[in-house]
Design a protein around this ligand. Sequence first.
Ligand SMILES: O=C(O)CCC(=O)C(=O)O
Length: 220
Amino acid sequence: MRFMQTLELPFADLDPPPTLPEGLFHYAGFVDEAGQRRLYAALAEILKAAPPVQNRTRGGGLTSAAMTNCGAVGWWSDPKGYRYSPTCPGTGLPWPPIPGDFLQLVQWVTAKSPWPDFTPDACLINWYGEGAKMGLHQDRDERDFSQPIVTVCLGDSADFMVGGLARNDKATALKVHSGDVLLMGGASRMRFHGIRKIYPGTSPLPEITGRYSLTFRKAL
Ligand SMILES: O=C(O)CCC(=O)C(=O)O
């Protein structure tokens, strides 16, 4: 197993393809299938404790992806706006803690990046069923934009859209697969991004339906 068992970390694979903009790193296949299975086992416990729901947006509609969180705080959306909350507004319960395997993965990804001390306190979990997407947006509810965002992909493949620093800048699609990790920081921290589509039935793990993204942030 590449992620989890070896102490010899796969840093040789961490060079970003040269076409990506500064501050955006795509670690394709960073987590192998055994590692993905292990991550999903931890994720399944979170999903039981805090099942994902489609949230109300500020405009009153529903998010296309269903969301839940783990960590000291979780990102939430409702007609009152977007915010981090220490409890799940639906149940009033604290979010489950971020599992040790998740934190270890994040540490391995960031260890040789420009953000070796990144310590997430929030992990937003998005679930995309067939037809679900996420519009281009910036992550701007965190306190310190010098801290990066780490996204782990599990399940179906997807088109991850990479835009510019202004909403109307041209966006291009980066195809992401289960086990890929994305890191957005520095000059790319405030880049618009989103999910144009998922490719149903492409998950290498039969136990995963649809696509999960685990988005780690330092919110507080
Ligand atoms: O699902 C993804 O990969 C993107 C998630 C995202 O952009 C977000 O949670 O802000």
